[in-house]
Design a binder for this molecule. Structure first.
Ligand SMILES: O=C(O)CCC(=O)C(=O)O
Length: 377
């Protein structure tokens, strides 16, 4: 009798205040966060229990089946907080295996993506740029430090790289190739900007090893973020292997931080703006990417990579574009990017005479929308 009265009062209270509409997940949060208090379970049938809890002075009841759903919710919400996929997006055409590979390694090679015909058009246009047949407005034309003084002082053989060809409608076609862009969207999302473009014509090394490209992170050059919504597409214009200086990547380094860079102290000299990372694990894993004509590698801007010496007689060609989701934003560059931002801005000021130019202004001018809407960049 003594225990019957409080029990009856409690049951009446339960019935009067029962709120069956409270969502199980909400109740779970409140119990876990201490706002709600678990009270008891009662047997509903042989398979079903009710779980009672109070929150904010009201009592709630859920069945064991709902508790099971709560477990699923807990699992799902954990996935939301620590997403399995950070570097790739849902909306693309990468398979699960390809996404997992990129997430883990920071790059993915897609074989035979770009046609020979398209690459021949870009090769022809490059030759026309080198021989002065087309307007090179906006482009940066670079020579190897060793070549400038060599027998290849003119024409295609004198030029190691052209950058910033977004204003050239012919070369810009590379950035817009649907077969490339459909992969790019896996990383940038649907609003795609071409930010940085290059056609690299790695020359035969004259023995100085200046044809090497030191290990670096491309994000070092970029004043926009977030890094995970930026990707490079780099297409082999011929068979590229260790002999002619293929790309070398340090898998998994895209998960790290942007590192300090500077000019490496190489005996034979270093090309302008070829800054290298100053500290890295020399014993870390390296992968040399052997690629055939049309193969395309997509890689993250924090991935440490570079390319080797060209020990052949041929000029090794590759074409690339760095894309970013147009929702990315320009940011103030910190100390790590101080050297490169000053160097690039000084060159731009000298070339254009625009003394007020800031680092981000240069990027605004040279970038071009590929698909979707131009939002921030
Ligand atoms: O094609 C190459 O040699 C490497 C290019 C590269 O990594 C770069 O220019 O950032």
């Amino acid at each position: 009798m003594i225990s019957f009265i409080p029990n009856t009062i409690q049951r009446i209270y339960l019935v009067l205040t029962l709120d069956l509409k409270k969502s199980p997940s909400r109740l779970q949060i409140e119990i876990l966060s201490g706002q709600g208090t678990f009270i008891m379970t009662t047997l509903q049938s042989s398979l079903s229990f009710y779980i009672y809890a109070t929150s904010g002075g009201t009592l709630f009841r859920h069945t064991l089946q709902e508790l099971f759903r709560l477990k699923l919710w807990k699992k799902y919400s954990k996935a939301e907080q620590q997403p399995e996929y950070r570097f790739t997006l849902e909306n693309g055409i990468l398979t699960k295996e390809q996404r997992d590979f990129y997430e883990k390694n920071g790059f993915i090679v897609i074989r035979n993506l770009v046609s020979l015909e398209a690459l021949d058009r870009f090769r022809k246009r490059f030759q026309d740029v080198c021989t002065g047949k087309v307007d090179t407005f906006g482009m940066t034309i670079m020579k190897d430090v060793a070549i400038a003084k060599s027998e290849f002082a003119d024409g295609e053989k004198a030029i190691t790289k052209i950058q910033d060809f977004t204003l050239d409608d012919e070369l810009f076609q590379y950035c817009c190739l649907p077969e490339v862009v459909k992969y790019v969207e896996n990383f940038t999302g649907p609003n795609v900007m071409a930010m940085h473009t290059m056609l690299i014509n790695k020359p035969p090394d004259p023995g100085t090893q200046t044809s090497r490209h030191p290990l670096h992170q491309d994000l070092y050059y970029f004043p926009f973020r977030p890094a995970d919504r930026i990707v490079c597409a780099w297409t082999a214009m011929e068979h590229i292997h260790r002999g002619n200086g293929c790309l070398v990547v340090l898998p998994g380094t895209h998960k790290g931080e942007l590192q300090p860079h500077g000019y490496p102290e190489w005996e034979g000299g270093v090309n302008k703006m070829y800054h290298g990372i100053q500290k890295f694990d020399p014993n870390g894993e390296r992968i040399h990417l052997e690629m055939w004509t049309g193969d395309t590698v997509f890689f993250h801007p924090v991935l440490i990579h570079g390319s080797g010496t060209n020990r052949t007689d041929g000029f090794r060609k590759a074409i690339s574009c760095h894309y970013a989701g147009s929702e990315c934003e320009y940011v103030e560059c910190g100390d790590i990017q101080d050297l490169i931002s000053k160097e690039v801005t000084a060159i731009f000021k000298k070339r254009t005479g625009i003394q007020e130019a800031r680092f981000e202004d240069i990027w605004r001018v040279k970038s071009r929308l590929v698909k979707g809407e131009r939002i921030n960049l």
